[in-house]
Design a protein around this ligand. Sequence first.
Ligand code: SAH
Length: 461
Amino acid sequence: MNHFPIFLNIDGRRIVVAGGGDAAIAKLRLLLKTTAHLTVVAEFPSPEVERLADVAAIRLIRRAFAPGDALCAALVYGATGDAAEDARVAAIARAEGALVNIVDNLTDSQFLTPAIVDRDPVVVAIGTEGAAPVLARAIKADVESRLSPVVGILARIGKSFRHAAEALPMGSRRRDFWAEYYATTGPDALANGEQALTPALHDLLARHLAAEPAQGHVDFVGAGPGDPDLMTLKARRALDRADVVIHDRLITPAILDLARREALIIDAGKTGFGPTTPQAEINAALIAHASEGRRVVRLKSGDSGVFGRLDEEIAVLDAHGLSYAVIPGITAAAAAAAAIGQSLTRRGRNASVRFLTGHDVAGFADHDWKALARPGEVAAIYMAKRAARFLQGRLMMHGAAADTPVTVVENVSRPDQRTLATTLRLLPEVAAGIEGPAILLYGLAPRQAARALPDLKEAMQ
Ligand code: SAH
């Protein structure tokens, strides 16, 4: 992002437009919607500019732009239609401390004017950094059609009621009040005219003040393997409502971006071998926030119920009588199998699939190796990177063939996803080259094995 969007307070400030032709008029149409003082400096103003000066909508100076014209101006537009003249205007304006925009000249402009959807005081600004004006117009048309024309009135009256609404405690109760106003109470009241809005707000506030204070609640949300598109709608809604989000290490920034900006985000990262947040601390945070009536999302990668210590956290909430719900997610095994175009079970090959961990509290995890070593068995092995040699040893000792296919999928569903197709024989060497989170699909080769071969070579180098 080379251009950072902000809303500049120009109430009562000067904005100067150099030029009196078509380019200047196009900018003036937009600027006339503001409460800034507009000055046009033009040697030969068009009749339309003259007319604006006649009705005192602008102040017109009939000469070429000169030093001093940009003093105390917030913004200056170079809109003379002449590149050399615009450059001269820009140099003067910059020297006098104003921000400059030169019409149709992205490189020499300090700011850009976005496409605007105007429901004053609600304003949607759309910018593409000059990359795609056609796209900006299409987005504008789309937003125009979605945003009700009365949004501005609702927001204006709402704003005048903000002080009164402070009678409700900050956080979800006040948010719920406003959500109801904008979704139903406001639009319904507006059907009886604008004057019906303030009384409707008073009624709504009285109802919300009389309501029972909200109970705290924890949603255990499975966020999936990393791609926000792989979250359920229910998970997204929970995240959207959360006051507090407590997330584990594997949650991607793209998913955290879906939380409300005011939400408190707590990183409760645990790495297998690196710095960890003690479980007791996570439990304490869950209880503290839920007890204070907040909506908490405990965000875990994949599915919360797969190697997620879900039961321990539920037990703690139960012990404190706090309410919770579990929202399932796509576990890494399911996403990895999808990535290699395979199914986890198949008629005639394997009628069951195991989810294993390479590690447990006691170190390398022990399993029913004999059963796993049988031909056709499939297992998704989590946290297996460091256990690769151990797994290979145990499985081969119990009779697994050295050429049993194994596929390692790293960073499943993320932009840097990598598939490494190998066999039990080469597994430790392949696993040594893995850095991100990886799942090991034992007994499965990618459907398009040929495609994965270069990856294997790469891993072996
Ligand atoms: N609850 C999670 C698993 C947590 S245990 C789930 O259902 O997926 C952490 C392990 O999950 C990692 O060591 C790795 O083996 C696996 N994992 C999680 N996200 C992954 C991803 N995006 N790509 C590959 N493996 C992943």
